[in-house]
Design a protein around this ligand. Sequence first.
Ligand SMILES: *Cc1c(COP(=O)(O)O)cnc(C)c1O
Length: 409
Amino acid sequence: MALVNENFLKLPGSYLFSDIAKKVNTFKVTHPKQDVIRLGIGDVTQPLPPAVIKAMHNAVEEMASKSTFRGYGPEQGYNFLIETIIKNDYASRGISLEPSEVFINDGAKSDTGNIGDILRHDNSVGITDPVYPVYIDSNVMAGRAGDLIDGKWSNLVYIPCLSENNFIPQIPDRRIDMLYLCYPNNPTGTTLTKEELKKWVNYALENDTLILYDAAYEAYIQEPDVPHSIYEIKGAKKVAIEFRSFSKTAGFTGVRCGYTVVPKELNAITLDGEQVSLNKLWNRRQCTKFNGTSYITQRAAEAIYTPEGKEQIKEIINYYMTNAKIMKEGIESTGLKVFGGVNAPYLWVKTPNGMPSWKFFEQLLYEANIVGTPGVGFGPSGEGYIRLTAFGAREDCVEAMRRLKNWIK
Ligand SMILES: *Cc1c(COP(=O)(O)O)cnc(C)c1O
């Protein structure tokens, strides 16, 4: 019989969202007349922008005719999209990239999860805590995380992000081989300024650390001092891979498209001390295990960068960020402490008097009929917080704040 990869057996079941669903269902059965507002969703709700829909229709038409039909495309993505990305997302910020440094994919989850394929199993791994669970679980599967002891993986370096340190991760006193950073952050909604990110790039340069930089919420940045790309920091091309996604930027959670930047200057090392280009390795990995994102999807992504597309996604992001503003002000007026919501569609609320996340979740559900996501579900440092998202409908956000204010009077 085939032997399984036993690393998978180390993973505890992912019960967070099913536990939430169960608790909400119980409440609904026992309180059939109450209407519940869900502010826990991590998915967009607004439809795709018209420019994207039009591009997809056109691409479908091309597929219908023999002369314009497309079969397999390049594994790395079509040049029309890569060139558009470089021009709009990087050149416009003074960052030069070659087309072969950009890899189009079917979303950032795949690549943030798969990138470990090209890295040895015994690298040390740093994560900020709380964190997007993919970074941890994919390292568990690769045998890189060690064992789960008292809620923490023995081989991971947890870097706590708490209100006490303003959610700014402190540089560790030892070296780490690979480090995940996600800014603007899910779940806390907080960001790093250029100065703060620079400290991490310098740490990586000094310690030969590989930074895996997830910028899925880049499009939500409103403040001028927040970097959109890690490559805005000098030297970052030598140490960082950047992941981007059209999911939150343009409502592509169901369409599936993103991209990964692996600079040519970025090397890792063999045990013998030989420097190896990660761009080459990642290209090899993709060509072997990935056959490209669909043509229709890549045309859809290209349309985000047209003048109409840009205007339309800006409007959608403004809608979510106005929700965030309404929620932030509403929560603050109750006296609760809230973080994020300025450059990201997430609000990270501190529970009153250090109440555990799950207890506050239940009170919020039973007394205000609002559903959030318990912070502890994102890691040990999330205990004592709850995450609310701004992806809902405006009227629901307004009504939720009204309920919150009545409840906490
Ligand atoms: C939503 C999200 C992504 C995007 O994932 P896709 O696979 O592109 O939909 C990536 N990273 C974080 C932290 C996210 O919250």
